[in-house]
Structure formats: structure tokens, C-alpha cells
Design a protein around this ligand. Sequence first.
Ligand SMILES: Cc1cc2nc3c(=O)[nH]c(=O)nc-3n(C[C@H](O)[C@H](O)[C@H](O)COP(=O)(O)O)c2cc1C
Length: 148
Amino acid sequence: MTAPAATKAAAPALAAAPLMQLIYASRPFGFSGDMLDDILMTARHNNRRDGLTGALICRADLFLQMLEGPRDKVTATFGRILRDDRHLEVSLVWSGDAPARLFGHWDMLEDPARSWMWSREEVRAGAMLRASAAEAREVFDRVAGEVA
Ligand SMILES: Cc1cc2nc3c(=O)[nH]c(=O)nc-3n(C[C@H](O)[C@H](O)[C@H](O)COP(=O)(O)O)c2cc1C
């Protein structure tokens, strides 16, 4: 039996677990500062525990979130987020493997939606439903660039 060799391999294998990124958009339901504080407090606590990082772009009419980390943790977290009644119309914009994290130092960065994103009128007219994966990823690239 060569159990010690298997034990030795476990830590590096975990560290190198495939990295996944996921972006979704949704519409806040009952948006308030308290609600956002509550979401962020839970998100940061759980994400630290689960090895997830990411960013939440938030405005009264829009959530756009990137989650990144080990595939099983991202999937489980998105499953909980889908069931959360503090937002509606959750739509997956993109998910896939990633070579590296964009928000490695952030349990969950909070970013107010900027003027260079979609206007309220555009969001009302369904801009998020039409946003391409490339557009959404570009938004997060810019946010990450600003906090780097
Ligand atoms: C817009 C939005 C973003 C969220 N982001 C996260 C997140 O990044 N991580 C997380 O664990 N929960 C997040 N949540 C909260 C989950 O939906 C869920 O309430 C929480 O994970 C449950 O955690 P608990 O079982 O520890 O109470 C988010 C919820 C909303 C509405």
C-alpha cells in the first residue's frame, strides 16, 4: 500500500483545481442600502470560506455579478443565488474555464454601476438580456483594471 504518496499529492492537486468564472445579470427586488449590505456581508463570509472571489455591480435597477473559483463552489453558490428572492429574472450571461482570477484580492468587490455601462432606459428596454458574453466580460475587465 502506498497511501503516503497519495496524501502528499492531495494539497497541490487542490491548489490547482480548475478555475471557473460565471457572470449573471438580474433585477433587484426591493433594493435598499440595508439589503445590499446584507447581501455583501453574507457573500463575503461565504466566499472566503469557499475560496470564491468576484465583483458585484449594483444599482437599484441592475445586478451584474462575476463569481470565480473552483467549479463546484461556483455552481453551488449560483444555485443559492438563483433561489434568492431579493432579485428577479436572473439570467446567466457567461460561464467557462478561466486561466486566472480577475478579482483575486476581493471576496466580493462592490461596484456602483457606472455611466459607461447601460443607462436605466437601456436596462428597462432589456439591454441586459441582449448583452453578449464578450460585452459583460469587458465590463469586469474594466472594473478589475480600476482596482488593480
Ligand atoms: C445579487 C446577489 C448576490 C449574491 N452574491 C453571493 C455570493 O457571492 N456568495 C454567496 O455565498 N451568496 C451570495 N448571495 C446570497 C445568496 O443568495 C444566499 O442568500 C446565501 O448564499 C445563503 O447563505 P447562508 O446559507 O450562509 O445564509 C447573493 C445574493 C444576491 C441577491
